[in-house]
Design a protein around this ligand. Structure first.
Ligand code: PLP
Length: 385
């Protein structure tokens, strides 16, 4: 089983990082559920000494993710937040970071409530506006941290433009690619230096694992990430590594369905009389639709829509039967949520208002169910408004 140098994306997703198990020939990489490895003699071993440092199941996943994101190396962590924390461990006291203003609420919380204790500073900017982003850089800026599409308003950042900008200032561009997945966009190919994922979402794809990953291209970043993964120790477990590795085998198939259902639901909602506004980059009415067409291959399964009031949102959220009212996203089943009180509850109300996260906003992570069933469910829930 050898991947040719010109292997296509879906073949890479299926095979990269994996060889039949050398001990048995098992086609699927086993779950190496061990904490240590027996050494043949003092100083003689098979490259594995202790399982925080090296684990074959995790190594297979890391090889797979590096290939899928067009990076040089990947590192798997215990959660998306642990992965983001590992990246920020590259910063030193006094450094400054420019951040997309509507990043995931947990990312904002880490920066605002934890890392601010260490003499690091963060400026939250609408990175869709590259001129404003440029103005936010200071001589101390080391990193531009971008999420595109952003959660839950689906604002886009021009990644090629952001990479040029960051590099002009001698800073790294880090992209949280959780929402899009590497099927839809590959930031490293557009000039980004590091990509981060919550593998909890599309990469695993089955709502049964929490994990994260960083994919990097620069040797010095790779060296640091390898060091800090072991030194701080927030590693992904063998079983979770195995689950994500199984998930990426079907990633292109799943993303095609997520994208088709996302577009169909956005189109349905855009013409519904009870809906005030739909946020989905695949709709021609999206203010950055041209950029979406340029930068993304398909538009993904995430969308949000505004019903004008908390009461209307409550009726829809309580009225759905097939869609599950739950946080998270990227699983095969459709989830519906209320950002203001769920995913973004940790964002202060005035910031939420400035970002357009109104009390009437509802977010959907479109799953891969039959689209007629999803439309029927949403339609009967909207009838209750
Ligand atoms: C865009 C994004 N990044 C990072 C995270 C954090 O990932 P995790 O929950 O795996 O720690 C999330 C979680 O929802 C997310 O949506």
């Amino acid at each position: 089983m050898k991947l040719g140098p010109n292997a296509r994306f879906s073949t890479i997703c299926l095979h990269a990082g994996q060889e039949p198990d050398p001990a048995t020939g098992a086609i699927i990489t086993p779950i190496y559920q061990t904490s240590t490895y027996v050494q043949e003699a003092l100083g003689r071993h098979k490259g594995y000494e202790y399982a925080r440092t090296q684990n074959p199941t995790r190594a297979a996943l890391e090889g797979n993710l590096a290939a899928i994101e067009s990076g040089k190396a990947a590192f798997a962590f215990a959660s998306g937040m642990a992965a983001i924390n590992a990246i920020t461990s590259m910063l030193k006291s006094g450094d400054h970071v420019v951040v997309s203003d509507n990043v995931y609420g947990g990312t904002f919380r880490l920066f605002d409530k934890v890392l601010s204790h260490y003499d690091l500073s963060f400026s939250y900017i609408d990175t869709a506006d590259l001129a404003a982003t440029d103005r936010a850089f200071t001589p101390a800026t080391r990193m531009l941290f971008v999420e595109t599409p952003s959660n839950p308003i689906m604002r886009l950042t021009d990644l090629a433009g952001a990479a040029t900008l960051a590099h002009r200032h001698g800073a790294r561009l880090v992209v949280d690619n959780t929402f899009a997945s590497p099927v839809i966009q590959r930031p490293l190919e557009l000039g980004a230096d590091m990509v981060v994922h919550s593998t909890t979402k599309y990469l695993n794809g089955h709502s049964d694992s929490v994990g994260g990953a960083v994919i990097a291209t620069r040797d010095e970043d790779i060296e640091w990430l390898r060091f800090v993964q072991n030194a701080a120790g927030a590693i992904l477990s063998p079983f979770d590594s195995w689950l994500v590795l199984r998930g990426t085998k079907t990633l292109p198939l799943r993303m095609a369905e997520h994208s088709a259902n996302g577009l169909a639901l956005a189109t349905f909602l855009a013409s519904h009389s009870k809906v005030k506004l739909v946020h989905y980059p695949g709709l021609p009415s999206h203010p950055q639709h041209d950029l979406a067409v340029r930068q993304m291959r398909g538009f993904g399964g995430m969308l949000s829509f505004d019903l004008g009031s908390l009461e209307a949102a409550r009726r829809v959220l309580n009225g759905v039967r097939l869609m599950a009212l739950a946080e998270s996203l990227g699983g095969v089943e459709t989830l519906i949520s209320h950002p203001a009180t769920m995913t973004h509850a940790s964002v202060p109300a005035d910031r939420r208002a400035a970002l357009g996260i109104t009390d009437g906003l509802v977010r959907i992570s479109a799953g891969i169910e039959n689209i007629e069933d999803l439309r029927d469910d949403l339609s009967q829930a909207l009838d209750k408004v």
